[in-house]
Design a protein around this ligand. Structure first.
Ligand code: FAD
Ligand code: NAD
Length: 459
């Protein structure tokens, strides 16, 4: 059985894979009256990733940064079919997607293949482990909602285990040593959040243990935050030093064990460092489905880092597939800013394509040559502008109520760091949240934490 929706054979079928930044931004701007639209994602919600590290320490409730995809689609002009399933295979020749419901509970049917006229491929990426032993088994990630929830549970478990009567000092120090791997914005923001939790809450909840909690950030490159300006890198390193967060640069994690990490420092010597928790934030890599799709177009898809596309975001080698966001590789950074601009660009592209497709359909039925000429002229007038990315700046939270910002203002780079930037960071993200509901939930959480602190219950 094919998908069910008010199917209109005169309209093309648009299948969107994903419900992240790229897909959601496309859906927001899409005129669903033009297409039979189907959204497929294993998550039936959009996750506001910039605030994920705040969820990991309980500053925000998880639900505050989620938006159900149906919340967006139910207000659309024409019904959109939302399918909670994982796309398993894309066939660019026969133009089909095979999907399956891998969730805990399944009905009699849990797998199907659907045809598409246009496919928007926005499945994002997964965390890169470089095949380093022990990462998958012992480290926490910071990419999905369940990663943040797992980290929160594990962190509090370490603290409670350290509080167990009779624990030796050495074991307490191990359990309370938190290692964050990766000095990109994810690792920096998470370390800052951990520090806030320690200073603002744990010191009063666990006064006998708090002084033993250590946070170490490990970065393979000579400095953290390579995408930020030099002043802000230095400012972050200073702030971390003042906050007692140790930064180990030029240091590679070689192995993660259950109770330790193996580090290779600038001297080339490997040493084993005991720890209670490792958070792995070492960047992105392509998902298996993306690698499989690229392998089907070996002549056009030659860059192993992700899908390459043309000026209109069409996947090279497959004109009817548009690829956006972290599953692609280009001169743009893999950021929410890029993915969401690509998504809104595609919503404009699909408006024009619908117009063009309708004219072409009319042309095939034109009764007079005069009518046909007129339609051809109208079709020729429809020109798709290439995608243009407009960088709005980079922002990151670094803990201690401080944030950093690199902002292009009137063509010049403006850098700023500190408490005022933190207020700007908060207001920028509050206004970027997609709905009023999320805005009020997040603002409410900030007030809750200010008044009563973070919760230390572990479920
Ligand atoms: P995603 O948002 O990851 O969405 C991918 C979607 O595809 C998800 O809904 C997923 O469930 C779905 N999916 C996965 N597999 C399949 C499949 N097989 N079939 C169908 N659907 C599938 N960027 C910024 O610009 N600013 C920030 O402050 C910022 N902070 C961040 C903080 C953190 C902790 C993280 C992890 C990232 C942050 N980023 C930030 C980066 C940003 O989140 C990503 O660049 C962005 O999410 C990319 O959007 P996307 O749509 O390509 O992928
Ligand atoms: P990243 O790729 O930016 O950083 C990962 C870091 O991990 C790199 O600096 C790398 O050198 C280091 N690393 C890799 N392997 C290592 C190892 N074995 N040992 C030690 N260090 C190792 O990853 P990210 O921070 O997750 O960011 C991913 C994308 O999301 C980026 O484009 C980033 O700009 C974006 N993002 C932006 C924000 C923000 O703007 N505030 C926040 C989070 C993420």
């Amino acid at each position: 059985p094919g998908p069910q929706l008010p199917f209109d054979p005169s309209k093309k079928t648009l299948v969107i894979l994903g419900s992240g930044w790229g897909a959601t931004s496309l859906l927001k701007g899409l005129d669903t009256g033009d297409y039979n639209t189907i959204v497929v994602s294993p998550k039936n919600f959009f996750l506001f990733t910039p605030l994920l590290p705040s969820v990991a320490v309980g500053t925000l409730n998880a639900r505050s940064i989620l938006q159900p995809t149906r919340y967006l689609t139910r207000h659309k002009e024409r019904q959109v079919l939302v399918i909670e399933a994982e796309a398993k295979e894309v066939d660019p020749v026969n133009k089909t997607v095979t999907l399956s419901d891998d969730s805990e509970i399944q009905g009699q049917i849990s797998s199907t293949t659907i045809p598409y006229d246009y496919l928007v491929y926005a499945v994002g990426a997964e965390t890169q482990t470089f095949g380093i032993p022990g990462v998958k088994e012992h480290a926490c990630f910071m990419k999905e909602l369940h990663d943040a929830e797992k980290m929160q549970r594990r962190f509090l478990d370490c603290v409670e285990s350290a509080a167990f009567p009779g624990q030796s000092d050495e074991e307490k120090d191990r359990l309370l040593h938190m290692v964050v791997v990766g000095g990109g914005p994810t690792g920096i923001e998470l370390s800052g959040e951990l520090r806030d939790f320690l200073e603002e809450d744990l010191k009063s909840w666990y006064p006998e243990l708090a002084s033993r909690i250590r946070i170490t950030l490990v970065e393979a490159l000579p400095n953290v935050l390579p995408s930020f300006s030099k002043e802000l890198i230095a400012y972050t390193e200073r702030t971390f030093k003042e906050s007692d967060i140790e930064i180990l640069t030029k240091t590679m994690v070689r192995k993660v064990n259950e109770k330790s990490v193996v580090l290779k420092g600038p001297d080339g010597v490997e040493r084993e460092v005991p720890c209670g928790m490792v958070v792995w934030a070492a960047g992105n890599t392509s998902r298996q489905i993306t690698r499989d799709l690229m392998a089907k177009l070996p002549e056009d898809q030659t860059n192993k880092r992700g899908i390459t596309f043309d000026d209109h975001l069409r996947m090279k080698g497959a004109r009817d597939i548009f690829a956006i966001g972290d599953c692609t590789t280009s001169s743009y950074a893999p950021t929410a800013q890029v993915a969401s601009q690509q998504g809104s660009y595609l919503s404009r592209v699909f408006k024009l394509l619908a117009k063009k497709d309708k004219l072409e359909a009319d042309l095939s039925h034109a009764e007079t040559s005069e009518g046909a000429e007129k339609l051809k002229r109208q079709i020729d007038k429809i020109k798709l502008k290439p995608f243009h990315y407009s960088h709005q700046g980079s922002l990151a939270y670094i803990g201690s109520d401080k944030a950093i910002a690199d902002l292009p203002i009137f063509g010049r780079e403006w850098t700023s760091g500190g408490v005022a930037t933190f207020m700007f960071w908060r207001s920028a993200y509050l206004s970027t949240l997609f709905s009023l509901r999320n805005r009020s939930l997040v603002a409410g959480d900030w007030v809750r934490v200010k008044l009563w602190g973070r919760d230390v219950s572990r479920d």
